[in-house]
Design a protein around this ligand. Sequence first.
Ligand code: ADP
Ligand code: ZN
Ligand code: ZN
Length: 810
Amino acid sequence: MGYAEVSVNSPVAQRRTFSYAIPSGLSIDVGQAVWVPFGDKLLQGIVLELTDYPAVEETREIVGVIEPHPILSSSQVLLARWLSEHYLSPLFDAVALMLPPGFERKVVTFISSTPHEYDMSSLTQEQRYVLGLVQRQGKGSLRKLEKTLGKKRAQTIVSQLVGRGLAVRSYELEKVKVKPKTVSYLDLAVKADEARQEAARLREKRASKQAALLDFLAQQPEPVPLAEARQRVNCDKAVADALVNKGLVTIQQIEVKREPISYQGITPSYPLALTAAQESAFKSIQSSLLQVAKGHTSPAIFLLHGVTGSGKTEIYLQALAEAVKLGKRGIVLVPEISLTPQTIERFASRFPRKVAVLHSKLSLGEQFDEWQRIRNGEFDVVIGSRSAIFAPQPDLGLIVIDEEHEWTYKQQDTPCYHARDVAVKLAELNGAVVILGSATPDIETFYQAQKGDYHLLQLPGRVTPGDGSLPQVEVVDLRDELKAGNRSIFSRSLSEAIAKAVVNREQVILFLNRRGGATFVQCRNCGFVLRCRRCEVTLTHHLAEDVLVCHQCNYKMPVPQICPRCLSRRIKFLGLGTQKLEQEASYTFPQARLQRWDTDVTKRKYSHEEILGKFRAHEADILIGTQMIAKGLDLPLVTLVGVVSADTALNLPDFRAGERTFQLLSQVAGRAGRGTLGGQVIIQTYSPEHYAIQAAAKHDYALFYDREITYRRQLRNPPFTRLASLVYTHTNDALCQREAERMKRHLLEERDSKGIADLSVIGPAPAFIHRLRGRFRWQLILRGSELSAFLSQIPIPHGWAIDIDPLGLV
Ligand code: ADP
Ligand code: ZN
Ligand code: ZN
């Protein structure tokens, strides 16, 4: 008899598997989804390993298979184990990342009869009734029986029949409920002439929106999608409803095919002749793909470093085509924000009908359809955001991660995985080549490339000659503005440039980091920011106690009355949000049309595109937004980008603040001057001498990297060590602190008893977000090289959340 190690879908299973016996006659493979008894329940599980001997003496049997074929590939099984070990997450949580959408459904139990001979008279009347029923239907659901006989009774009778070998149970997942997708269309219910007359009457009654919609429909030869009509006439659905109520218009639901990519209007594209720089980068990737295919070498990881517009995407496309030629397939990850129709179109037109799209805004039905088709090998390329790395793409030969430095690749819930690290692991397990692309590579990635672990490929500049020059960047010292008596949030330089652009009918983007709400304390006279003496991170103002706190080590100090550096009294709490900025801009530039773009305005599906569409159509002069606008699309009318405060990112209490600032400023600067009008960038700051700002202004990654890596080495931050954050949450602040202190003592004892030299524990301190939804949060930071292995030996009580390789502030 064989045995299987199964990851069971139960919160008590944690990071371990359970041994089950494989009943004879059942064929079981690694990666297969099965039903297993667990306590008094029947649960889903995934087989991770087949063994000759069980890990425990007493085992129960696997009850049945959920699907005839394995759901996880063997490399995905190994990946799930690695995820659970590395990120210390429950095993099934890691497995679940790779299951088809909607897989965790209810079980339906079916009863069917066996061909056994039996003596009718030996059965009770109820037993005969049930047996007769399932014989007639071939298979009956237990739930139906329970409805007619009562739950207890039905279960008893079924058990009796099963016990006598006259019936067997089988289990199936509830069907995925996939509703057909429909689109609302508007059509006139009256003749076009009549509609026009009605429109005139409505206009007299001042129902101008209804009149406009009616006129619009009267011009259309065919029914029009409601969404399109609303956009063209700029009206709400209520306007259409009003016309329906008047009997002038009908709304019909028309079923559409569920296909996330509309291939309508997409024409095939062909590989471009590469520039010399592209060619040399491509040749390296091509040769690695070939060598791997021949089994000569293990696959390489490439870092493709080049500014926006340097031709990285063209290299991805050609590398993917190369992999396809070798019988392989690819996965392409892009940050959620980049998953725009334009990006998808570029891939879809190069690989017509061979591109699958996965992202969180698809409906469950759409995700399910795509998952099945991917597994069937229908696509050469899967493109998606973070979780697309878990797509069941067969024959994986190439993984591309565009904008690899993006923070959206890190998942915040357990397992707190980083898609880039997962990709590197998955590639190793599959023998796939990896391309990491970025204009501003993550410091840790670049360090790997410097060490020679990754192959560095550089593209020197933009491809298209007109685009060749990067925009001029001016750094404005805000301390000088104050000295000159300008108290506005706009420096003289910036306000002149805005006014000029608006007069010239050009467009402006004003950028303010979203996390600007984070309060830090700064002298308005000399720009000095208060920092912790021990950690160098900025101190955060706690309103309730009115003290300054270091969120790393819990150092506290009263709010000073005068600046420790210049003795001025102009100490200020800074924290300017985009809403405030919009207000200020409307006072300062009353003639300009403003549009705000941040998460508050983009909660709805597609509204990114709507906002961008409006701005591109020049319906606004100034676009105000958070880091979202740092990415995205070419806007040819934009000639000026203003960074209202570069300091919001710089002064976050986080060792990555410099890196974050450099990346954001570089991206923002890349937005300007993409058109023929050229462009200008103005960065406002109190720290004009800071290397992150200096390097971004000069478009000089190497300059930034050299300084940053030196600091990282000095302060022993990643990549020279690893970090883990442990956050404890409780409604009682004092209890939270005590538990954090207890945990710290425990961790240190364990460290000392195991004799681990390079491990240190920092804190406890209040987490960056000290209070969240009424609960307090305290954190410990661990530094060391083998944190996962160390922490996996330590019992972690309920209430703690662990993040391995944490990125931002929690
Ligand atoms: P990136 O991904 O680095 O931003 P892209 O691949 O999007 O760069 O290239 C920028 C622009 O240059 C695109 O419009 C692209 O079509 C064009 N382009 C890229 N490579 C070439 C080439 N070899 N010849 C001509 N145009 C190119
Ligand atoms: Zn000062
Ligand atoms: Zn400190």
